[in-house]
Design a protein around this ligand. Structure first.
Ligand code: HSE
Length: 435
């Protein structure tokens, strides 16, 4: 049987998972890959008590792995975009195929990495970069390749979904849940990437590139996190029959491509509204198949290792064949990728949930509804919450019909100027995900 030697760079949460699962399931992995896959070397600054590397060559210098003449596939699991880029380029320049779980690296530098790999007849695989254990890259690149994809929308950050679920179901405190997500190894090294939507933006860019055959680029993507979300909005949304989920949405429209990451109200009856904890889910709407839903664990050691190892098996099997028969990294030849206009958030149409605090007196709501009417915004529902004893102000919640964000912004500015309204007007975008 042919041997394929791999080198693992990085022995953190995912690296340890890859090492352990490769050891545990080696027989079935080898028979699926039709070769004998062995870990020839590990590159890691420090040991991980979660995996026993005794008997394996461990170097403290990851570049030893990238240059090791014995190694066929370098598995990059160090994260980040500086040393990781250097490592991946070094590995390619030394004739190694690369498997990576690094979404930031692929989103920001995928174009140059794939070009380098293509010029050397090497493969770069990145299934674990998006949605942890869900094989969404393969699905978009190969499973749905007959389709014209209209839109995709997903919960693509496990940490934020874990935080939102715990806040919603148990009323837990944001910081406390984030701490637990870090302990469980779900969060990024810098958790700001999770809670501010940056990690989701990286993943969305990768999926959009596969879905719409456009080059990878972070330019123009609208990104908002969950840090400004207030617990009262989570419970008001529930009262209205919605869950608040942090979604990445990519949609092909005649005006361009929408690329946006933000907290979103989704109807409770929509399957994605029931996706909780560290789970991810991606809905894909396409012309031939209709709507599909991909669901599973979005982060964590072995779920992510599952995707990394699927790539290792794929590469180990494929590398023996002619490069002409390989599936290109983004599903079509790089020369076939076409730039598309990314829409400004101001021009994107959605429905909105609005909350503000207003004096409980006659005429206040009619002023607000007049402003909305003048901006061409139609109201779907309006609720005035009961006022606590001794409080002159009440919370008002409005659900709008679909409108452009710039019209909503205009109305919000006027509402905030009303003397009867206190403080700022908060809004959250609403998606029904039904067409
Ligand atoms: N921090 C990421 C998340 C890890 O929480 O989804 C998986 O990409």
């Amino acid at each position: 049987m042919r041997s394929v030697n791999i080198g693992i760079c990085g022995l953190g949460t995912v690296g340890a998972g890859v090492f352990n699962v490769l050891g545990r399931n080696s027989n079935s992995i080898n028979s699926r890959a039709n070769c004998e896959i062995g870990v020839t070397q590990v590159g890691a600054r420090r040991d991980n008590p979660g995996c026993d590397t005794s008997g394996t060559d461990v170097s403290r210098d990851i570049f030893d792995v990238a240059k090791n003449p014995e190694i066929d596939i370098v598995v990059e699991l160090i994260g980040g975009t500086t040393v990781a880029l250097d490592l991946v380029m070094t590995a390619l320049q030394h004739g190694k195929h690369v498997v990576t779980a690094n979404k930031a690296l692929i989103a920001a530098h995928g174009t140059e990495i794939f070009a380098e790999a293509e010029s050397r007849n090497l493969i770069v695989a990145f299934e674990a970069a998006v949605a942890g254990g869900i094989p969404i890259i393969k699905a978009l690149r190969e499973g749905l390749s007959a389709n014209r994809i209209n839109w995709l929308a997903g919960i693509i950050n496990g940490t934020t979904n874990f935080i939102l679920s715990e806040m919603d179901s148990k009323g837990r405190d944001f910081a406390d849940v984030l701490n637990e997500a870090q302990e469980k190894g779900y969060a990024e090294a810098d958790p700001t990437f999770d809670v501010e939507g940056i990690d989701a933006a990286h993943k969305l860019v990768i999926m959009a590139s596969l879905a719409f055959a456009m080059p990878l680029s972070l330019d123009g993507i609208f990104t908002d996190g969950i840090t400004k979300l207030e617990p009262q909005d989570v419970s008001y949304a529930r009262e209205l029959g919605y869950a608040i989920k942090h979604l990445g949405i990519a949609r092909q429209t005649p005006e361009g491509v929408e690329l946006r990451v933000h907290p979103t109200l989704v109807p409770e009856k929509c399957l994605i509204a029931g996706v909780n904890d560290v789970s991810n889910a991606v809905m894909v709407n396409a012309d031939a198949v209709g709507t599909t839903l991909f669901y599973g664990p979005g982060a964590g050691s072995e779920p992510t290792a599952s995707s990394v190892i699927a790539d290792i098996i794929d590469v180990a099997r494929t590398m023996a064949s002619s490069p002409d028969s390989w599936v290109p990294a983004l599903g079509c030849a790089s020369s076939a990728l076409q730039e598309q206009k990314i829409m400004d958030i101001q021009d994107i149409e959605t429905s909105f949930y609005i909350r503000f605090s207003a004096l409980d007196q006659a005429g206040v709501l009619s002023n607000v509804t007049k402003i909305m009417g003048d901006a061409g915004i139609s109201i779907e529902a309006i609720i005035q919450k009961e006022q606590p004893a001794g409080e002159e102000y009440v919370n008002v919640i409005i659900l709008t019909n679909v409108t452009k964000e710039k019209f909503l912004d205009e109305a919000v500015t006027y509402i905030e100027q009303l003397e009867t309204v206190r403080g700022s007007v908060n809004f959250i975008r609403v998606e029904h995900l039904d067409q």
